[in-house]
Design a protein around this ligand. Structure first.
Ligand SMILES: [Zn+2]
Length: 700
């Protein structure tokens, strides 16, 4: 290309002045003759017109001097292309190929030369760098006060360590726990024999950069704000639309079935009479525990029948089981059936638990229920304490062998229930395949559908995988399909689980309970009652139409009954309930005063006294017009909450009963009254969080 063309192309014809101004004088002088070729105005006159060394000018030959190279790839005398000499490297002793410089073969990339990478790090080196990087992120000024981003960024590092070197996952968890002082005994809590394997599985599988990471940081570390529930897409969730007209309520046949509701037995098989019942951490009433303020002398010796700070000794469990038939008039005929809403195992820390400790409690207690409650079947669900590790249950979507890592428990439970004669074969097979959840089709036309509510429990780490999907485990798919089958058959269903779906919203997760609420709405004509436990307290939740956008008597559709516990933990009396059913026509609750147990220690004449505590209809319905055979359904319970709004004394009554008339139950006044009525009207986490003031859920 000629310089003239170059200048024209790049600068444009009017830019030559500017170009010359930009150049230094020296450069300008050097190129002046060339500029002169194209400049229309005359340049300064050239001073020297003679060359002292030779001729004034030399014109090079037009042909390429072919003798300069020995060999060419192309014809050096042709003018259609630049010559391509054959070049041999005297150092590398090789000849460069024509393709290297051939204008027609310019490469896309270099496939011949090495592109060096760092060496593969050993597992221990990965661990060391993961720790270093997380600490670096934690102290980096870039994140400012954004603890959430800092936490998620740190967890990303953990995720890739968990995938590349899973055996180092527990060590990372311990190191980070120690550094940030998350726990007083990080090795026990998160080491390879603690929750280390669980958290490693979870961070390896979770979407750390998305909702999963945000929720892990929110729930377990308090470093992220609580995100709103995800948009629920129900487009293809239900097979059929809700039937337009409510199915006619079944008229009571005149015969009332008697159903026992037991919950939260929490047998402490390691209970030590006389041990410290007033400890400050871990399980009290244990030989290995004491009150730090009095390490050498027991302050409050554990009574033989139990204490407010302890789980139930076997003596208390037997006292309750001996009392139930006598108090409920079922010595001869037994109950038609029993619902047990979970938690058999004591509240030991994880390091004191084992599969054996769990299966022991399952074996002992189901055998006792079988032998003391008569012939009616017991329909039981798995509680969060009935697992090892505690509260952990993995979704099938984990895949591989991890998908079935808790099958030992589902198999044991299902086969025990079969052994006791409570479940038919079809239900046993369902329980083994569906996280211990099953459906029983009873002869009387009622279907019992159970849930493993660990699948919505906050403390189950596995729920933090794929959180934007409200039913990652498939448990609510199972529930929906069973309810559809019940509706198609024109039968009614009871739904049972352990962890309640709403109340103050402090126990379950938002997305799955939001979906559960919509399922209850869709099948409100099929579900006649819902049963939960877990809080150890006597409570209830009302479910309304249209996600509770309008809360009124006319929109109230379903009720969940939350049963009192047998365990006194914590600061509660021990109790149980009987329903007259199977739309709940009446409910009767009994309790025993744990405060009186110490006085029973020095004699064998008398054990605990269980006494009738209250009749639900009479206690709450005095001012409600309601037929004697009308069920205590959602409409009635909504009227109860309206009575409570008009008369806060009724909330005081509720609060007393919530703690089973424990001397330790504190009163509920002011904001507590409003909050508690609000919890009664909250069947899901998002409804509780949206509508209610937090902090008044428990009387413990
Ligand atoms: Zn529980």
């Amino acid at each position: 290309m000629l310089l003239e063309d170059f200048a024209t192309l790049t600068l444009g014809s009017n830019s030559l002045r500017q170009l010359s101004m930009m150049f230094s004088l020296k450069v300008a002088a050097a190129i002046a003759p060339f500029l002169g070729l194209v400049a229309s105005q005359a340049a300064a006159p050239i001073a020297n017109t003679t060359n002292p060394f030779g001729p004034l000018a030399f014109t090079a030959p037009g042909a390429f001097p072919t003798s300069i190279y020995k060999e060419y790839y192309n014809n050096p005398t042709a003018t259609s292309a630049q010559v391509q000499p054959v070049i041999t490297d005297p150092v590398l002793l090789k000849t460069y190929p024509n393709s290297l410089t051939n204008p027609a073969t310019i490469p896309k990339n270099d496939t011949a030369d090495p592109h060096p990478l760092p060496p593969k790090a050993s597992d221990s080196l990965l661990l060391a760098h993961a720790i270093e990087q997380i600490l670096s992120i934690a102290s980096s000024a870039v994140f400012g006060s954004d603890t959430c981003t800092r936490c998620q960024a740190g967890l990303e590092v953990a995720k890739f360590l968990a995938m590349a070197a899973p055996s180092e996952g527990p060590a990372l968890a311990v190191a980070i726990c120690n550094h940030f002082n998350f726990n007083s005994d990080c090795f026990t809590e998160f080491g390879p024999l603690g929750l280390g394997s669980v958290v490693t599985q979870v961070v390896a599988n979770a979407d750390i950069g998305g909702l999963d990471g945000q929720m892990l940081c929110q729930n377990f570390l308090g470093l992220c704000p609580l995100p709103p529930v995800s948009q629920l897409n129900l487009t293809s969730w239900f097979a059929k639309p809700k039937p337009q007209a409510a199915l006619a309520p079944k008229k009571p046949s005149g015969e009332r079935l008697k159903v026992l509701h037991l919950s939260d037995l929490h047998l402490d098989a390691r209970y030590a009479n006389g041990a410290e019942s007033d400890c400050t951490g871990g399980q009290c009433c244990r030989e290995n525990n004491f009150n730090p303020s009095s390490p050498n002398k027991t302050l409050v010796p554990a009574p033989r029948f139990g204490a407010y700070g302890c789980d139930a000794p076997i003596a208390l469990v037997l006292s309750a089981l001996e009392s139930i038939p006598a108090l409920t008039g079922t010595q001869k005929a037994g109950f038609d059936f029993t619902v047990f809403t979970g938690d058999l195992v004591s509240h030991d820390p994880d390091n004191q638990l084992s599969r054996d400790y769990v299966t022991y409690a399952e074996t002992v207690l189901y055998d006792l229920l079988k032998r003391t409650l008569g012939s009616g079947p017991v329909y039981a669900v798995l509680g969060n304490h009935d697992s090892y590790n505690q509260a952990q249950d993995a979704p099938h979507t984990l895949g591989g062998t991890l998908a079935s890592q808790f099958s030992w428990n589902y198999d044991h439970l299902a086969l025990l229930w079969q052994h006791e004669g409570w479940l038919p074969e079809a239900a046993v097979a369902l329980a083994r395949a569906h996280y211990s959840a099953y459906m029983v089709q009873r002869q009387d036309g009622l279907r019992i559908i159970t849930l493993n509510t660990d699948m919505w429990y906050k403390a189950n780490y596995f729920n933090y995988i794929n959180m934007s999907q409200p039913d990652n485990s498939g448990m609510l798919r199972f529930l929906t399909d069973e309810l559809q089958a019940a509706e198609d058959a024109g039968e009614k269903a009871w739904v049972m689980g352990h962890v309640l779906s709403g109340w103050d919203g402090s126990n379950p997760l938002g997305n799955p309970t939001n979906l559960f609420y919509q399922i209850v709405d869709r099948f409100s004509n099929t579900i006649t009652a819902i049963f939960f436990g877990h809080t150890h307290e006597d409570q209830f939740e009302i479910f309304y139409a249209n996600n509770a956008t309008s809360i009124s008597e006319s929109t109230a559709q379903n009720v969940a009954w939350i049963a009192p516990s047998i365990t006194p933990l914590t600061n509660l009396n021990s109790g149980f309930r009987v329903y007259e059913t199977f739309e709940i026509l009446d409910a009767h609750t009994w309790k025993t005063d744990v405060n009186a147990f110490a006085a029973l220690d020095d004699q064998l004449q008398n054990g605990p006294t269980f006494a009738y505590e209250y009749n639900t209809r009479e206690t709450y319905g005095a001012n409600i017009t309601w037929g004697p055979n009308d069920p205590l359904n959602a409409t009635w319970w909504h009227k109860v909450t309206e009575q409570m709004e008009a008369n806060p004394a009724l909330v005081s009554t509720f609060t007393t009963l919530q703690g089973k008339s424990s001397v330790r139950t504190t009163s509920c006044t002011g904001d507590c009254v409003t909050a508690k009525i609000c919890y009664m009207r909250s069947g899901s986490v998002p409804i509780a969080f949206q509508n209610c003031q937090s902090g008044f859920g428990s009387v413990q």
